[in-house]
Design a protein around this ligand. Sequence first.
Ligand SMILES: [Zn+2]
Length: 129
Amino acid sequence: MGQSRESKEEFASRFAHYSRYLGQFNRAIDAVLNGCVKMHVFSPSGRVIYTVVGRGGEEFIDPFKPFCSCKNFFFGVLGGRNQTCYHLLSYEVAKESERFDKISLHDEEFESFTELLVHDLTDKEDRGT
Ligand SMILES: [Zn+2]
């Protein structure tokens, strides 16, 4: 553990304004510190896709909708029990701390990349119903 690096507590304290999301806050901090929030930048179009790698696999997030492909978002947020899921909260924390794990991809890879995500999503829906 390097001394120069900000401790988890120090880092988390900067995002205390999100600590009201009790269930999600710690996991979001961990995800950001572990580089789990991925920013996939496609060139030359400049398209950006965000994913968060969690315990259950990689989740696709669209922070502008907002949308997350995880079960917690589907049942908890759309069901009205939670305001957000920890993946979307991770995005907010990563954005404010500029700690995205940036991955550069070529536009030619866009299709196979999204196909993979879509496949993942349909797979989950099948299991959910
Ligand atoms: Zn989620």
